[in-house]
Every structure is written in C-alpha cells, then in structure tokens.
Design a protein around this ligand. Structure first.
Ligand code: HEM
Ligand SMILES: *[C@@H]1O[C@H](CO)[C@@H](O)[C@H](O)[C@H]1NC(C)=O
Ligand SMILES: *[C@@H]1O[C@H](CO)[C@@H](O)[C@H](O)[C@H]1NC(C)=O
Ligand SMILES: *[C@@H]1O[C@H](CO)[C@@H](O)[C@H](O)[C@H]1NC(C)=O
Length: 334
C-alpha cells in the first residue's frame, strides 16, 4: 500500500511520458468490443435482427449497409457524418458525386437507431451503428463474423469536399493506393476491402467507359473479358441510355459474401476499372494479394476482418468529443 506512494515520485516522469504519448496519439483509436457491456449489452443482437428483417424484403441491403460504413469512415473518420441531412449548418455528404443517387440504406439505419434507442436511450452512437450494421450485413450474407470495436461518437459536422474525394472507380491503382494510405490503410487493406464488391450492384455509368471507347482508344478495355463485356453491353448500351441500370458487382454469386470477387478478377471479370486494375496493372504489388485471396476464402476472410477493423479505426471521435445523436440525420438540438 505505502510503497505505491513512496515510488510515485520516481514514476512521475514515466506517468508524464504516458500522458504525452496518449495526447499525441491524436486520432489513434481508443475503441473496445465491450464498450456497451454495461450500458447496452444487447446492441449487437438488436442491430443484427433489424438487418435480417430488412434483408427478407431487400437482398441488396446488406451490401448497401456495408458500403455506408466505408463512405462514413473515409470522410473525416468513422463519425456518422455520412448520415447527416442538409440543414442550416450542414451541407449533406449525401449530395456528393460518389453518394448522390447511389448510397442507400438510410431508412434501415433509422430503423436500427429506433430499435436501439428503445432498448438503451441516448447511449449508442450512429457511427457505431454503422460499424455494427456492416458486420451484421457481412455475416448475414455468408461472410465472416467478428467482434466489432465500439465507442465512437457522432460528428456535428459533415465534409462535402472530402466526400467528393472518395476513391473513384476511374482512379488509377496509384490513385487508389494514395487515398488508402492517406487514412493509414495498406495495399493489403485496399485489396481485402475491395473484396466487399463480392455483393451488391453498380450502375452502368460507373463502368460503361470500359465497354466501348476506353481511354479514347476507340476500343473496349482490353482487361475486360469479351463474353462478360458482351453481356454488360446488353444492359448498358453505348451513348448513355440506361446509365443508372444496375449490374451485379460479382456476376458469379451476386448476393453471397465469398471469395468469388477475386476469382472473377482472375478471369478478367472485374466490373469496375478500380477492381480489375488490382490484378491487371503491370507490376502491381496488389496482384499477388488478389491471387492469395482467390485461392483461400479463409485467408480472405481473416484479412477482410482485420481490414474492416483497421478502417473502423480511422479517426473516431472518443471520450467527450462529438455527441450521441438522438436522430442519425440531425445534430442534436438542430
Ligand atoms: C477501392 C475503392 C473503391 C471504389 C472505387 C468503389 C466504387 C464503388 C462503386 C462505383 C460502386 C457502385 C455505386 C453505384 O453504381 O451506385 C460501389 C458499390 C459498392 N461498394 Fe465500393 N468502392 C470501393 C471500395 C469499397 C469498400 C472499401 C467497400 C466496403 C468495405 C465497398 C463496398 C461496396 C458495396 C458493398 C457496393 C454495392 C452497394 C449496393 O449495392 O448498394 N466498396 N463501389
Ligand atoms: C463484455 O461482455 C462479453 C460478452 O458477454 C464478455 O466476454 C466480456 O468479458 C465483457 N467485458 C467486460 C469488460 O465486461
Ligand atoms: C436482444 O435483442 C434480440 C433482438 O431484438 C432479442 O430477440 C433478444 O430477446 C434480446 N435479448 C435480451 C436479453 O434483451
Ligand atoms: C473515342 O473517344 C474519343 C475522345 O472522346 C473520340 O475522339 C473518338 O472519336 C472516339 N472513338 C470512337 C471509335 O468512338
């Protein structure tokens, strides 16, 4: 007992160093899987049950919810900013080019939030609901399950410029790499997280440049399988008609979370340019990662879980920063 006091003077510099280290950790995550253990111990089950309910009438919803988490985390961190509607103080990220007429699932997030608020009012952030909904979605579509790190709080701001700068399907591989490394994510994270394109849909406008006149060559993208291209051309005619028509990101098993995204790439059946170039860019360091995930679903799943956790650690608001929104679409009191 007394020895802890007598030693305190000599450990003061150590304590100070630890405080400084914590201070300068800045955006480093302080999240925990047991964050709501005493305040909302059933939150994961509640989220899972609303996701499964939504899935019964909309098989695509699990993909849409998984994408929402990505578009949240890449824009000023995983802080629920993507969920805010426009108001006198907010310019909604929903209007940004990558999001407009594309992001979906907001009503289901509202339903999850309502169910969680009924069980534990004022406790669980919208940012954490997105993280939990992504896990529930992957798990409910045949993918891995994992213990989600929690404790994020919600932003009081949105960032339209950052939303417009999200990774684009027309970015070069080096462009994608620099957008991922800017938020602390590696080539392995880039490839593993791109594996989320194992489910969900993409509109013709996100890849039709590959079908007819790629990079002004007058020819289709040479890294696109010709018979797959012919199928896509039927749904996405030249000239822009049908530009919002939907196409399966994974033509092999469109609604299942599995390794087929990677085997598709090996057959030149990546739908987006940003997908195929992970394998087809000459000398790409991502190619061997694609091949390793194509050959083992276990390896893919392990890496996907790790990378979802890495992505979920991007600049969370913790402690007393931010707030717990009562409505995911609005800053409290506005
Ligand atoms: C590597 C950079 C990425 C690019 C360039 C990209 C681009 C796109 C595009 C263009 C679409 C189709 C949108 C539309 O047509 O409306 C899409 C859909 C989708 N993306 Fe990504 N994405 C990327 C990374 C990710 C990541 C990291 C995730 C999640 C971990 C993800 C999950 C999804 C899902 C699940 C869909 C289907 C959504 C639905 O059906 O509603 N993507 N992505
Ligand atoms: C939180 O709950 C989980 C599951 O019941 C348990 O495994 C874990 O030890 C708990 N953690 C804390 C810090 O209470
Ligand atoms: C937890 O939530 C699920 C889904 O809403 C529900 O079925 C279950 O009864 C809840 N468990 C407890 C202990 O409240
Ligand atoms: C392809 O696009 C370029 C630039 O937009 C244009 O100059 C060229 O004529 C097009 N080629 C064909 C075959 O349509």
């Amino acid at each position: 007992m007394s020895s802890s006091f007598s030693s305190s003077s000599s450990s003061l510099p150590v304590a100070l160093a630890i405080c400084l280290a914590l201070l300068f950790q800045g955006s480093r995550a302080q999240l925990s899987p047991s964050f709501y253990n005493t305040t909302c111990s059933n939150v994961s089950a509640i989220v899972l049950s609303v996701v499964r309910q939504a899935q019964t009438s909309d098989v695509r919803i699990t993909a849409s919810l998984t994408r929402l988490f990505f578009h949240d985390c890449f824009v000023q961190g995983c802080d629920g900013s993507v969920l805010l509607d426009s108001s006198s103080t907010i310019v909604s990220e929903k209007g940004a080019a990558p999001n407009a007429n594309s992001l979906r699932g907001f009503n289901v997030v509202d339903n999850i939030k309502a169910a969680v608020e009924r069980a534990c009012p004022g406790v669980v952030s919208c940012a954490d609901i997105l993280a939990l909904a992504a896990e529930a979605s992957v798990r409910s579509s045949g993918g891995p399950s994992w213990s989600v790190l929690l404790g994020r709080r919600d932003s009081t701001t949105a960032n339209m410029n950052a939303a417009n700068n999200l990774p684009s399907p027309f970015d070069s591989l080096t462009g994608l790499q620099s957008k991922f490394s800017a938020v602390g994510l590696s080539n392995t994270d880039l490839v593993a997280l791109s594996g989320a394109h194992t489910f969900g849909r993409a509109q013709c406008r996100t890849f039709s440049s590959r079908l007819y006149n790629f990079s002004s060559t007058g020819k289709p993208d040479p890294t696109l399988n010709p018979s797959y291209r012919a199928t896509l051309q039927q749904n996405c005619p030249q000239g822009g008609a049908g530009s919002s028509n939907l196409n399966n990101l994974d033509p092999t098993t469109p609604n299942t979370f599995d390794r087929n995204y990677f085997t598709n790439l090996q057959g030149n059946r990546g739908l987006l340019q940003s997908d195929q170039e992970l394998l087809s860019t000459s000398g790409a360091p991502t190619a061997s990662i694609v091949n390793s995930f194509a050959s083992s679903q276990t390896v893919f799943f392990q890496n996907f879980v790790r990378s979802m956790i890495n992505m979920g650690n991007i600049s969370p608001l913790t402690g007393s920063r931010g707030q717990i929104r009562s409505n995911c679409r609005k800053v409290n009191g506005s």
